[in-house]
Design a protein around this ligand. Structure first.
Ligand SMILES: [Ca+2]
Ligand SMILES: [Ca+2]
Ligand SMILES: [Ca+2]
Ligand SMILES: [Ca+2]
Length: 381
């Protein structure tokens, strides 16, 4: 059985003030004509054909995957700096990645990134929110920890090129889903993981915590009318039909059905009767409208200790007569088709059932009885 959850149903969420994102799990990339974030994982090779000055750095990468901004045509000071090509002082111009994140609380979130720098021109990145680029997200810089995966939350400043921790941050204006965005400052940048945290004292270590991805639990499956795939109206027996006559139906709550209390010997092997008078506004607002259904289905419940019989009458005329099939599982639905039916307000629908035994299940010196359970009528147009 499918869990009815696609990957789109899970979302990075803030847990205890912190959201953790694998960089390779971006949702979209745009402005990627010139430079593009490429995913590297266990299927990748260094022979990718794009300009690059270093090989794959899967060792130690969280989730065994990361992204690199390629081609990398400025790997050192001697290679020409081309504004808008291999360098972008302005944020949001090239290779923009988007990560939807659910924030349960607004406020200030410090941004940490885990990156791998092997040179002097592959260690700058811009961080934004909802495609806006506040000054507090610009010029994330990675100085220490060359040639290994390293966490940084430092903003590059004119007077301090390496910056100090916790100087890259975003202000989340309100709770809800916001798009974390990031874009190129320097090509060749390699990004493994991103952390957003409200804790100013937080400092990630090693690969950091696991991704904080919320996946909703499986939806509850329906328990009644299991094989009914389309209907315009379902009349549930216990909600709409009234027991009449000497042999009563009772409401079997556990099984959402009407049934006959076969412990009473006088209720065995005789018809119990229930009725519904079709109300004036059965089909909606228009009163007195006649309605024709292409099919009507009586839904009953099988039992192991007997095969109960049923009758359906319309204005005292029998229109259907059925017997449950033998079963080894209690309370499985049986579906009996009555075919096309035309109803008018004031019509009387009658359902009858019998408690019977098949003599197979010993009980109290005799054999157990099936209780003539039925669940409802399904109307199809
Ligand atoms: Ca590389
Ligand atoms: Ca570069
Ligand atoms: Ca690189
Ligand atoms: Ca990763």
């Amino acid at each position: 059985m499918s869990s009815f959850a696609s990957t789109q149903d899970s979302i990075i969420s803030v847990e205890n003030g912190t959201a953790v994102i694998e960089a390779e799990h971006y949702s979209t990339q745009h402005k990627a004509d010139t430079r593009r974030w490429i995913v590297f994982n266990s299927l990748s090779t260094s022979v990718h054909g794009l300009a690059d000055s270093d090989t794959i750095h899967l060792e130690g990468a969280s989730n065994n995957a990361y992204i690199e901004l390629l081609p990398d045509t400025r790997t050192n000071h001697y290679e020409p700096l081309e504004h808008g090509v291999n360098f972008s002082a302005a944020p949001g111009k090239l290779a923009v990645l988007t990560y939807p994140v659910y924030f349960d609380a607004p406020g200030k979130y410090f941004v940490w990134t885990r990156a791998y720098s092997s040179g002097s021109e592959d260690n700058g990145l811009h961080i934004g929110l909802n495609n806006t680029w506040p000054s507090s997200g610009q010029r994330l810089q990675l100085c220490e920890g060359k040639n290994k995966w390293t966490w940084s939350s430092n903003q590059r400043r004119k007077d301090n090129h390496c910056g100090t921790p916790n100087t890259i941050w975003l202000d989340i204006p309100e709770s809800g889903v916001h798009n974390l965005t990031l874009s190129m400052r320097e090509d060749g940048f390699e990004l493994d993981k991103i952390i957003l945290t409200q804790d100013p004292d937080y400092k990630p270590e090693d690969a950091g915590p696991s991704e904080t991805r919320y996946t909703p639990p499986p939806l509850s499956l329906k328990k009644t009318f299991l094989e009914v795939q389309e209907y315009s109206l379902i009349l549930e027996a216990h909600q709409t039909f009234e027991s009449i006559g000497d042999v009563p139906f009772y409401h079997d709550r556990r099984n959402s059905a009407l049934g006959i209390d076969a412990r009473e010997i006088q209720y065995r092997n005789v018809w119990a009767t229930s009725q519904l008078k079709v109300p004036e506004k059965m089909w909606g607002k228009k009163a007195s409208a006649q309605k024709t259904f292409k099919n009507v289905i009586l839904v009953t419940l099988g039992e192991i200790d007997g095969e109960s019989s049923y009758k359906v009458l319309l204005n005292d005329k029998e229109i259907g007569s059925f017997t449950n099939r033998e079963t080894t599982t209690d309370y499985q639905e049986n579906y009996f088709e009555l075919g096309s039916l035309t109803l008018n307000p004031g019509d009387i629908i009658t359902i009858q059932a019998k408690a019977v035994t098949n003599g197979k299940i010993p009980e109290n010196g005799g054999t157990a009885y099936a209780r003539g359970r039925w669940r409802g009528l399904v109307f199809q147009e």
